[in-house]
Ligand binder design. Structure first.
Ligand code: SAM
Length: 266
């Protein structure tokens, strides 16, 4: 049997870690309503029109898909690598206008068929794709002319002078900072967007640095793996608590910056 290449291995690992994240992901969302708020913020930032067709790539358990349906009456097709996230989402979704399917966002054809969309959105998912150029190319392929591709991105953590305070937190904890926090960085995702879209525009959502929120967010197994790769979950969870405690004295002057970008198909 052929061995999976690097990108395929990354995706198998992503599917596995999100399968494991399912329950804690939903518990986090029940407490913070965060992914729903982020999806709304992304939709508002790009002036998403109601009653449109949306492809939600990396839909997880359908939180973003449901929000777009409830608030904008969109018909949404969600695609995600993780079977468990999709199964959980099907139980949560109560609208016939939301459909969630297991599939690879870098190989959309088997899931979307001949459908044409007004928007392709990635809410907190694009930074996990190893071949970002391919997923954006595929997204552009199923978008109508004038349609938009948009994403919200892994957060930046900035101190008073704009410095990266996660670096400070790792120094204070005495643990090595991860070499990479994401699989695909923001600039690369934006470059891919500009290969297939015009009018690429960036947006930001700046929130105060909330230590409890960050401890809960990074206690989701998939998120903690981005900070402490290679360690078991229980160890990661304990380290996450201590990591963000180190920032107590600077929290009032620091921010969590959620970056977003959009582009329009010419
Ligand atoms: C942080 S979750 C976001 C889920 C959802 N958009 C939301 O707002 O709740 C990221 C999701 O991206 C999915 N994902 C990552 N790479 C993917 C790929 N190549 N194709 C499809 N889904 C992918 C993961 O399985 C995970 O469920």
């Amino acid at each position: 049997m052929a061995q999976p290449g690097f990108n395929e291995k990354v995706k198998l690992n992503v599917a596995d870690v999100f399968d494991q994240s399912c329950m804690i992901y939903q518990a986090f969302e029940d407490k913070h309503h965060f992914f729903a708020s982020l999806a709304l913020k992304l939709a508002e930032s790009i002036d998403l029109k109601p009653n449109t067709m949306v492809l939600d790539v990396g839909c997880g358990n359908g939180i973003s898909a449901q929000v777009l349906n409830k608030h904008f009456s969109c018909r949404v097709l969600g695609v995600d690598l993780s079977e468990k996230m999709v199964q959980a989402g099907r139980l949560l979704c109560d609208s016939p206008e939301v459909r969630l399917e297991v599939g690879d966002g870098e190989n959309l054809a088997p899931v979307i068929g001949n459908n044409v969309f007004d928007y392709v959105l990635y809410n907190a998912s694009i930074f996990i794709f190893p071949d970002v150029e391919r997923t954006i190319r595929e997204a552009a392929g199923c978008l109508r002319t004038g349609g938009k591709i948009a994403f919200s991105f892994y957060p930046a953590f900035t101190g008073e002078a704009g410095e990266d305070i996660l670096v400070t937190a790792f120094e204070r904890l005495g643990e090595p900072a991860p070499r990479f926090r994401v699989i695909t960085d923001y600039d690369k995702a934006c470059r891919s967007l500009s290969l297939h879209c015009d009018a690429v525009t960036a947006h930001e959502w700046v929130l105060p640095l909330d230590i409890e929120f960050l401890q809960d967010f990074f206690s989701i197994p998939a998120q903690s793996a981005s900070l402490f790769p290679g360690k078991d979950y229980e160890t990661r969870r304990k380290l996450v608590r201590r990591l963000f405690e180190t920032l107590a004295d600077v929290a009032d002057h620091s921010a969590i910056v959620w970056r977003m970008a959009e582009g329009t198909k010419p």
